[in-house]
Design a protein around this ligand. Structure first.
Ligand SMILES: Cc1cc2nc3c(=O)[nH]c(=O)nc-3n(C[C@H](O)[C@H](O)[C@H](O)COP(=O)(O)OP(=O)(O)OC[C@H]3O[C@@H](n4cnc5c(N)ncnc54)[C@H](O)[C@@H]3O)c2cc1C
Length: 439
């Protein structure tokens, strides 16, 4: 059987790595860029390893990557971000983020009575008996909750930081999503980890597995321009060739799938997913020649909704000797009247970010060796809020398979890219077995 995978990000590579284990499957993975990795792309500059996106893994012991580690034989090391060094800043005061019981007792965000209340909420989430799963959104749950405003604000802020969204959007996250996500995270012994050496450690190994099979072609800088069906096969066209396949996997953002299928018989099936909105953030990476200050590993500014991770405090492999790598991220609102208003908003976010750097890392401007500012980085191709619809991995009457962080799957962000891709690979192998039995 011949399979085409369109997209060489985490999802496409994962699907190909699973499929490459089967000797009866061969295929081509098409990637339009010159390199693999998609939004998990990593590059080197002046001795610093920069990730296009961050590489934090939330709840690694219960994360899909741990399943893949076992099933695909991946080897990587991860390091836990020091929980005692994760701080929230509110009204210019720093206090421990309530990531675990110790921090919760120490934090000044809540008074003793509110702490008891919050512990009760966590316990109910862990036991899967929290009422939130019966509410359509976090906002609806909070509106009827008799908890103090500080407890409500803490819920919102947690969701902001795990989903990379603003408080307004956090209130739109469905109750069942919150219940499931925090059930896993609160049960985890390792809430925030970095893959040492960045996502490249994972993407390189997935690539090796695929290459080693000898049955897969990795077609870089080859965008798929159209997909058609003729004589019981799918015909994929790129700029230079036309190839036929038995199965097609779309491993790219939903918005781009819609464009690729425009004018095809499958266009109408994509309409419900066309108006989905993506999660976008501003990223401000700075590589410093020396460690200018190391107050904490992570500082989240609750007032302005931005945070700075001292990535090199956890993963020193990403910097040259004595260097420091800081990543600032700002959650962004949308819905601006015009481009000018949006630009002014982004400029104000840039200034807030630089002020936060000035406050906690004085002298950073003079020591900057590498700087990368991206004012519109797509963290999740579909924001997981009630007004959006994640794309299922299969759709009735559509012969394709879909995976990626905009698809239905376990977890958020990269975890959903991994989990949906694994699910798709297993479904293809299962379908193949069934059709063999049928023949
Ligand atoms: C700033 C930032 C911070 C992040 N932080 C985290 C984090 O801390 N933890 C976490 O888990 N996740 C994080 N993420 C999210 C994570 O990077 C993504 O969820 C993940 O990389 C998505 O992978 P994907 O394969 O679904 O999609 P993509 O990476 O978008 O891959 C899709 C690929 O398809 C290719 N493509 C598109 N159209 C075509 C075509 N016609 N033909 C051929 N190829 C095509 C694209 O070039 C791309 O390479 C972050 C992302 C960003 C941007």
């Amino acid at each position: 059987m011949k399979v085409a995978i369109i997209g060489g990000g985490l999802a496409g590579l994962t699907a190909a790595a699973y499929l490459s284990k089967d000797p009866t499957v061969e295929g081509v993975l098409f990637e339009r860029s010159p390199q693999l990795g998609g939004r998990a792309f990593t590059y080197e500059k002046a001795g610093f390893t920069l990730n296009y996106g961050a590489h934090a893994v939330y709840g690694i012991d219960r994360h899909e990557i741990t399943v893949m580690e076992r099933e695909l034989g991946l080897t990587f090391h991860s390091k836990q971000v020091d929980k005692r060094q994760v701080m929230y800043a509110k009204h210019d005061q720093l206090t421990p983020a309530p990531l675990d019981f110790v921090n919760l007792m120490r934090t000044e965000l809540l008074n003793p009575r509110q702490k008891v209340r919050f512990v009760g909420e966590i316990t109910a989430i862990i036991a899967h008996i929290h009422n939130i799963k019966n509410y359509s959104t976090l906002g609806e749950y909070l509106a009827q909750s008799n908890a103090d405003e500080d407890v409500k604000e803490l819920w919102e802020h947690l969701v902001c930081s795990n989903f990379f969204i603003t408080p307004e959007e956090a209130r739109k996250v469905p109750g069942p999503v919150i219940s499931e996500y925090y059930h896993n995270l609160f049960l985890s012994n390792r809430p925030v980890n970095y893959i040492l050496g960045s996502w490249a450690v994972i993407t390189n190994q997935l690539r090796e597995k695929i290459d080693l099979s000898g049955r897969w072609e990795l077609a870089l800088q080859e965008a798929v321009e159209s997909v058609n069906y003729a004589e019981r096969q799918f015909v994929l066209k790129t700029k230079h060739r036309e190839l036929r396949f038995d199965r097609v996997v779309f491993a790219m953002p939903v918005q781009q799938i819609g464009k690729l299928l425009k004018g095809s018989p499958w266009e109408p099936f994509m309409v419900p997913y066309e108006s989905n909105t993506a999660t976008e953030v501003m990223v401000y990476d700075i590589g410093l020649k020396r460690v200018v200050a190391r107050p904490f590993s992570y500082i989240s500014d609750m007032d302005n909704k931005l945070f700075i991770s001292d990535v090199s405090a956890t993963d020193h492999t990403l910097v040259p000797e004595g260097g420091q790598l800081l990543q600032g991220i700002a959650y962004l609102s949308d819905g601006f009247a015009d481009e000018e208003e949006r630009k002014a908003y982004l400029d104000s976010k840039t200034k807030q970010m630089e002020a936060l750097f000035d406050h906690y890392y004085p002298g950073w401007r003079e020591e900057t060796a590498v700087k990368r500012v991206s004012k519109k980085a797509m963290v999740a191709s579909v924001k997981n809020i009630a007004t959006n619809r994640l794309l299922p991995t299969r759709i009735d009457h559509v012969p394709f398979y879909f995976c990626g962080d905009g698809c239905v799957g376990k977890g958020e962000l990269a975890e959903r890219a991994f989990s949906s891709a694994r699910q798709v690979a297993k479904a293809i192998l299962e379908d193949m077995k069934l059709s063999c039995v049928g023949n």
